[in-house]
Design a protein around this ligand. Structure first.
Ligand code: SAM
Length: 275
């Protein structure tokens, strides 16, 4: 009897329309879908009219569920693995299943789609040289190890909104005024993507409702580009009809920098743009 195939299917990270034709086809045609949380995945399946049977597969049941799924595959059934959102295995379960399945010579087929880390990077100035390090470490000894990478790579982390300000304060303490980006609620209604110096970011976040999902990017230590990003916020406000004086006032409140210093930068930048 032919063995089945295991499809690793990426799902949207917010906007349900970010789902490929191929992914919907595969999920409609497999015999069973292994989901982190069947209730979460059922919303996606319902919106695409997919009626395939689901089974839960989460980090606490990986070993035991892998055995059941392997049995299905050996019986010739096709299985798809999905996470609650994004690409399976990227800070999500699935590795144990793939290990077991590969040992039995079963085909593992990736079906690409959304991933928060890559989506964030695609809208932030970077040179494509980065290190994705999963969830931000909790232990200070682990955080200190980042000094080994921070000069060479942009570092990408997943972080919770409850911890983000504390995390930025620790990073400032260890690495000084580095540049960071935060991509919040990607692909959703309140999507917000910014790059600032770490103090500017802390000020900004303290004045924002801190909810939703966050991807944090710590930029290489050797790059100093905060003026570029800062001036992009100023330009947005000027385009919205604020005067240079009011723009300076707003940004001074937002980033805790002296108003006249900001005003000077705005005027200088404006002169450059006119020329
Ligand atoms: N496998 C997923 C992927 O491919 O992106 C990531 C799963 S991980 C358990 C969930 C974390 O990803 C969240 O806590 C958050 O840090 C980040 N994340 C997920 N969706 C996001 C979004 N829409 N905007 C920003 N970050 C997001």
């Amino acid at each position: 009897m032919d063995k089945g195939k295991l499809y690793i299917v990426a799902t949207p990270i917010g906007n349900l329309k970010d789902f490929t034709y191929r992914a919907t086809e595969i999920l409609s045609n497999v015999d069973i879908i292994a989901c982190e949380d069947t209730r979460v995945t059922s919303k996606l399946l319902n919106s695409y009219g997919i009626n395939t049977k689901t089974i839960s597969y989460h980090k606490f049941s990986e070993k035991q569920r892998s055995e059941i799924l392997l049995k299905y595959l050996l019986e010739g059934k096709n299985v798809a693995l999905v996470s609650d959102a994004g690409t399976p295995l990227i800070s999500d379960p699935g590795s144990i299943l793939i290990e077991e399945v590969k040992k039995s010579g079963i085909n593992v087929i990736p079906i690409p789609g959304a991933c928060a880390a890559v989506t964030a990077l695609s809208a932030i100035v970077n040179d494509g040289i980065f290190a994705f390090l999963g969830f931000f470490p909790q232990k200070i000894s682990e955080i200190e190890k980042l000094k080994n990478y921070i000069n060479d790579f942009d570092l990408i982390f997943y972080e919770s909104p409850n911890r983000i300000i504390k995390t930025l304060e620790i990073l400032r303490e260890l690495f000084g005024e580095i540049r960071v980006s935060i991509a919040r609620e990607l692909t959703k209604i309140y999507e917000d993507i910014n790059t600032f110096s770490i103090s500017q970011m802390i000020n900004y976040l303290q004045r924002t409702t801190l909810k939703g999902e966050i991807t944090l990017i710590i930029h290489k230590n050797n790059e100093k580009k905060e003026d570029f990003e800062f001036l992009s916020s100023a330009t947005k406000l000027l385009n919205d009809g604020f005067s240079a004086k009011d723009t300076a006032k707003i940004l001074s409140l937002l980033f805790g920098l002296p108003k006249n210093e900001i005003y000077k930068k705005i005027v200088e930048n404006n002169k450059k743009n006119i020329v």
